[in-house]
Design a protein around this ligand. Structure first.
Ligand code: PLP
Length: 485
């Protein structure tokens, strides 16, 4: 790293990105990029002689940008958003620029200290009970993804149970989630060695808004106990990926407590909305949970990657995932004292970035009130879109809009036309995305193909939703005019 050229080259990248953000709404949101498209342009091997930054940026501009899906486009409504912001970027720059590796406190004290402070701040903002805060004996860590958070908490729950049952007991452990829970949960359960035959995927229905009911979980748990299994872990989701559904945390928490089950609350997406008091009832009962997580990198203006994981018992987590090689052992008094957090013991990897810097800059720059206003703007925009869909007899809203996620589809023209209408909706989604003027994704619920419109881009304004609604109506007419598939 040459301090003389560092600023100039970095400035060139920032100018490049500033131009990108200025014009991103004019690019096709999803590219028409064939597999292998970059190989045609790029050499087979890396260069032997380094190139200038302007040459590299020119190639990024000419070959890479056109083949990107533009997640920062204000017309990106797919999956869930991945917010970028000036503060998120500034925080990431500071983190990357300082490039410390805070795996232990001793390895970079301020990075660890800041993470503990930021985790308490975030816990308070989203309305978590005190038991998840460092100030009350719990604590939090910044992971890169919910998947990682789920694996670590599953490992903690497993080890807590196996300390009672002995290692052979692993074949008796059973885990529970709904058919709406994120696939990350099943992946995590596989990774920590839960037999696949012991995964319970509990059906939800429209009657409960596609949330779990305590009765259905109780039935599954009691059947397992009767057959000699040991209920281990229940995942409650606040804001499911497909439909934004919410599982009843208090009911599930009471059930979990009765059976000694580890309850995890996954609020990866909707956790950002929990900063608004009007949404905090969704985590009523969280004091009965063992862990909770949310992703600021989705809807909290924090650039990738950043997942907050809180646990009520840090010891349960660290006893499952800590390692203590000699070369990392603490030798000074201040780094070995009680209450010292070594974040290597709270995650899978050893090395880790200084994510707390990023989240701290976001919180300092945009503040609680600002973030609440930001989230509410998206919620209102989503409501506007939902009302527009409802007012047009050709369409239906599939599930009431939750948070900022709208689910809709074209109605069948005739009763019993369900297969045809699924095909029509697929065509509609493909046509919308192929236009390049917006990007959405889909879900299937009760066998129905549903279009998902996730509102929450950092630069999204109501005019983008108005244009997108016009686009949907235009494409709906076009696909309806096509011969039946
Ligand atoms: N849980 C929910 C509810 C999600 O919506 C998602 C992603 O959209 C995940 C988990 C997975 O998150 P990650 O990509 O951080 O592992």
């Amino acid at each position: 790293l040459n301090p003389e050229t560092f600023a100039g080259e970095s400035r060139a990248v920032i100018n490049f990105l500033a131009d990108y953000y200025r014009d991103v709404d004019t690019y096709p949101v999803q590219p028409q990029a064939m597999p292998g498209c970059l190989r045609t342009f790029l050499p087979d091997a890396p260069p032997e002689n380094g190139e200038q930054m302007d040459v590299i940026l020119e190639e990024v501009w000419r070959h890479i940008v056109p083949a990107l899906t533009h997640w920062q486009s204000p017309k990106f409504f797919g999956y869930f958003q991945a917010n970028a912001s000036t503060a998120g970027f500034a925080g990431e720059m500071l983190s990357t620029g300082l490039n410390v590796v805070p795996f232990t406190r001793a390895a970079s004290p301020a990075a660890t200290e800041l993470e503990t402070v930021v985790m308490d701040w975030m816990g308070k903002l989203v309305g978590l009970p005190g038991r998840f805060l460092f100030s009350s004996g719990g604590g939090g860590v910044l992971h890169g993804s919910t998947c990682e958070a789920v694996v670590c908490t599953l490992a903690a729950a497993r080890d807590r149970a196996l300390s009672r049952l002995g290692h052979e007991g692993i074949v008796r452990l059973a885990v529970y989630a709904s058919d709406q829970s994120h696939s990350t949960f099943q992946k995590g359960a596989r990774i920590v060695g839960i037999p696949r035959s012991n995964f319970r995927v509990i059906r939800t229905s429209a009657a409960s808004g596609y949330g779990l009911t305590a009765d259905s979980v109780r039935d599954a748990v009691e059947a397992d106990v009767a057959s000699g299994l040991v209920p281990l872990y229940l995942c409650a989701t606040v804001g499911t990926t497909g439909l934004g559904a919410v599982d009843p945390v208090r009911d599930l928490g009471e059930l979990a407590r009765r059976h000694g089950i580890w309850l995890h609350v996954d609020a990866a997406y909707a956790g950002s909305a929990l900063i608004c008091p009007e949404f905090q009832h969704h985590i009523d009962g969280a004091e009965l949970a063992d862990s909770a997580s949310m992703n600021p990198h989705k809807w909290f203006l924090t650039n990738m990657d950043c997942c907050c994981l809180w646990v009520a018992s840090p010891a349960a987590l660290t006893s499952a995932v800590s390692t203590n090689p000699e070369y990392l052992s603490n030798v000074t008094e201040e780094s070995a004292g009680a209450g010292v957090v070594d974040y290597k013991d709270w995650q899978i990897a050893l090395s880790r970035p200084f994510r707390a810097m990023k989240l701290w800059v976001v919180l300092r720059r945009y503040d609680g009130a600002g973030m609440r206003a930001y989230v509410r703007r998206h919620v209102e925009m989503a409501k506007w879109f939902e009302q527009a869909v409802e007012a047009d007899g050709r369409f239906e809203v599939v599930t009431p809009t939750r948070f900022s996620l709208v689910t809709f589809r074209l109605r069948p023209r005739h009763d019993g036309d369900d297969d045809a209408v699924d095909a029509l909706n697929r065509r509609l989604l493909v046509a919308v995305n192929a236009s390049g003027r917006a990007f959405m994704t889909h879900f299937v619920v009760d066998g129905k193909f549903v279009i998902r419109m996730a509102v929450g881009g950092a630069m999204t304004e109501i005019r983008h939703l108005q244009d997108t609604w016009e686009l949907v109506r235009e494409k709906a007419e076009e696909v309806r005019a096509l011969p039946k598939v």
